[in-house]
Design a protein around this ligand. Structure first.
Ligand code: HEM
Length: 125
């Protein structure tokens, strides 16, 4: 397994654990305010990061370029900031919104880097 896949799989496992923890907390308290944070931790964190790991494991050529490195750095940093600021924002602190907005945009840029890393490999067939 290449280093990039290992990083994405490691974060996927951590996000899955955090999302399940939040889901269990919400269910046991009958308090569902943080449902969007739970859903994003599971789908952006656990599912997307596991898929990134699988992509880079299936296409190791894509993992060696600069775009893949930009992807992993921006995706990891922006997702951490995004999920924490989403939790704070939904918890009632509107001042977290600018941080949430910037982190979300950086995550979008990281996804563009993912496309740029994958496109040449997919185009080659
Ligand atoms: C032990 C595991 C889990 C627990 C206890 C749990 C718990 C919950 C709870 C209490 C809600 C709120 C339901 C409501 O608002 O009525 C919810 C929503 C949601 N969960 Fe989970 N969950 C778990 C695992 C997962 C996983 C593995 C995923 C995805 C990979 C996931 C994705 C979602 C999504 C997308 C929503 C939002 C659904 C909507 O608003 O329509 N959950 N979960």
């Amino acid at each position: 397994m290449n280093k990039l896949s290992r990083i994405f799989f490691s974060f996927a496992l951590l996000y899955g654990l955090a999302g399940i923890g939040l889901g269990l907390m919400m269910a046991s308290h009958h308090e569902y305010t943080q449902t969007p944070t739970h859903a994003h931790t599971q789908l952006l964190g656990w599912v997307s990061f596991a898929l990134f790991g699988l992509f880079y494991n299936s296409f190791p050529a894509a993992a060696s370029g600069i775009m893949a490195k930009i992807h992993v750095v921006l995706a990891v940093l922006s997702s951490i900031v995004m999920l924490i600021s989403l939790y704070i924002y939904i918890g009632g602190n509107a001042s977290a919104e600018p941080v949430l907005a910037i982190a979300s945009m950086v995550y979008g840029v990281s996804y563009l880097a993912f496309i740029a890393a994958m496109a040449p490999v997919i185009a080659r067939g």
